[in-house]
Ligand binder design. Structure first.
Ligand SMILES: *[C@@H]1O[C@H](CO)[C@@H](O)[C@H](O)[C@H]1NC(C)=O
Ligand SMILES: *[C@@H]1O[C@H](CO)[C@@H](O)[C@H](O)[C@H]1NC(C)=O
Ligand SMILES: *[C@@H]1O[C@H](CO)[C@@H](O)[C@H](O)[C@H]1NC(C)=O
Length: 401
């Protein structure tokens, strides 16, 4: 993610005065919820009512509700009532059946796959429904409470990049960690980002991976996430199912839900495999998690990604609050890539789909780190892992002040 705030604007679109405060002002906006003297009790009541109305739009009626041990509430929502079908371009549609994923050399390594906490006890959503993580009043208030628009956010990347060709899909297997973050409003994530268009203008992206982001989720758990934008993070797109867009077809995996178990330093490694590919027939971008097709981004959501992607990035990204100094927000395992297997975080089995619609290993990927002394990346190729890299780091240390 390059900018998180417009998403919140979108989310808060109907909280009229809040979005006026935050989405139109640029610098030095103050937090109206924490430090605002409301003119009257009435005003506060009105805000609460507005939030209640927004929640009713966001959270669809559930045929079954599951309480996850981590505190999340999972609503099983009829597939045709999911948020996607509020989108003007998708209204009245029904979820499509998954197409076949292009065949190829896309073996998944055989380590334990991570699963989700809410379904650990055997709970599941009925056929014809999908699990959706419920958005709470607290989520809306918190997401709003420390946004600082117009500030330069400090993003640090350690990524592998392919570009200047036409890509119809991408995949990777990544091990899952729980990086420490210095404050509640920073994030640390690992993702595959499929892109086309120009940064700051008309960039289209599809992003999938895991993240720790207290501001969005209210805790420091590691969560499986998806994201999209069709205009460089300005007005379109969101995380998970927080806005109409992604059409979910799978009843076993909840977007934004906590992942369990996760890898431990010098211990057991747990990983997820993610695949995104453009269906040749419909042009829709499909998502697969392990052996499960989760759903698709309809091609009509996009401008540039109506066609092939022009670049793919894999790797870690953190968002920091401070600019001049490094923080101790960790990326990946919080250890440098040269510590290797079990100690450093990795991506392996990296493939793209080329214009012949075949999975191929990127032949000449670039690797790139904004500040290698804080977070670094080392690439490699071998017969069991294919194209892979180790990435990550501790942030602040003696070489990264
Ligand atoms: C609210 O703002 C006032 C004036 O800007 C400041 O003095 C006060 O400390 C703030 N209170 C909180 C709780 O932030
Ligand atoms: C996993 O694969 C490795 C080599 O790729 C093999 O040595 C190992 O036996 C496999 N483990 C299982 C549980 O299949
Ligand atoms: C991982 O860390 C442990 C504990 O510090 C160390 O004993 C081990 O050698 C490390 N592994 C590698 C590959 O460096």
């Amino acid at each position: 993610m390059d900018v998180s705030s417009p998403i919140i604007c979108l989310l808060l679109h109907s909280l009229v005065f809040v979005s006026l405060f935050y989405c139109n002002n640029s610098l030095e906006t103050r937090n109206p919820l924490v430090n605002q003297t409301f003119q009257s009790e009435d005003e506060l009541v009105k805000l609460k009512e507005t939030i209640a109305i927004r929640l009713k739009q966001l959270n669809k009626p559930a045929v079954k509700t599951i309480q996850s041990p981590d505190g999340d509430i999972i609503d099983c929502v009829l597939t045709h009532q999911q948020p996607a079908f509020d989108h003007p371009l998708l209204k009245g549609q029904k979820p499509m059946d998954p197409p076949e994923m292009p065949k190829g050399n896309n073996q998944i390594s055989n380590l334990s796959e991570s699963i989700q906490l809410w379904s650990l006890s055997g709970e599941s959503c009925p056929d014809g429904t999908i699990p959706i993580r419920r958005i709470t009043e607290q989520d809306l208030l918190r997401a709003n409470s420390d946004i600082r628009f117009g500030e330069k956010f400090n993003h640090q990347h350690a990524v592998q990049v392919v570009k200047d060709a036409a890509y119809y899909g991408a995949q990777a297997t990544m091990n899952v960690w729980n990086p420490h973050g210095e404050s509640k409003s920073v994030f640390s994530l690992a993702q595959m980002r499929i892109m086309s268009g120009t940064y700051g203008k008309d960039l289209n992206t599809i992003e999938v991976g895991w993240q720790v982001y207290p501001k969005i989720y209210g805790d420091r758990r590691t969560r499986f996430f998806i994201f999209w934008t069709a205009d460089a993070y300005q007005h379109t797109g969101c995380y998970n199912l927080k806005c109409p867009g992604f059409v979910q077809t799978n009843k076993a995996i909840a977007l934004g839900a906590a992942i369990s178990p996760i890898s431990t330093y010098n211990g057991n490694q747990f990983q997820i495999s993610l695949f995104v590919w453009k269906d040749e027939m419909t042009g829709n971008w499909w998502l697969r998690y392990g052996d499960k097709n989760l759903g698709y981004w309809p091609t009509s959501l996009f401008t540039n990604l109506k066609n092939a992607a022009a670049r793919v990035h894999w790797g870690g990204e953190i968002l920091d609050e401070q600019y001049e100094q490094a923080s101790s927000t960790q990326m990946g395992s919080g250890h440098f890539p040269d510590e290797g297997y079990k100690n450093a975080s990795y991506f392996n089995h990296i493939y793209v789909i080329d214009s012949r619609r075949l999975w191929i290993q990127p032949t000449d990927p670039m690797i790139y780190a904004d500040r290698p002394n804080c977070y670094n990346i080392i690439g490699g190729l071998d017969s069991s892992w294919g194209t892979y890299f180790y990435y990550g780091g501790p942030g602040k240390n003696k070489n990264c002040p």
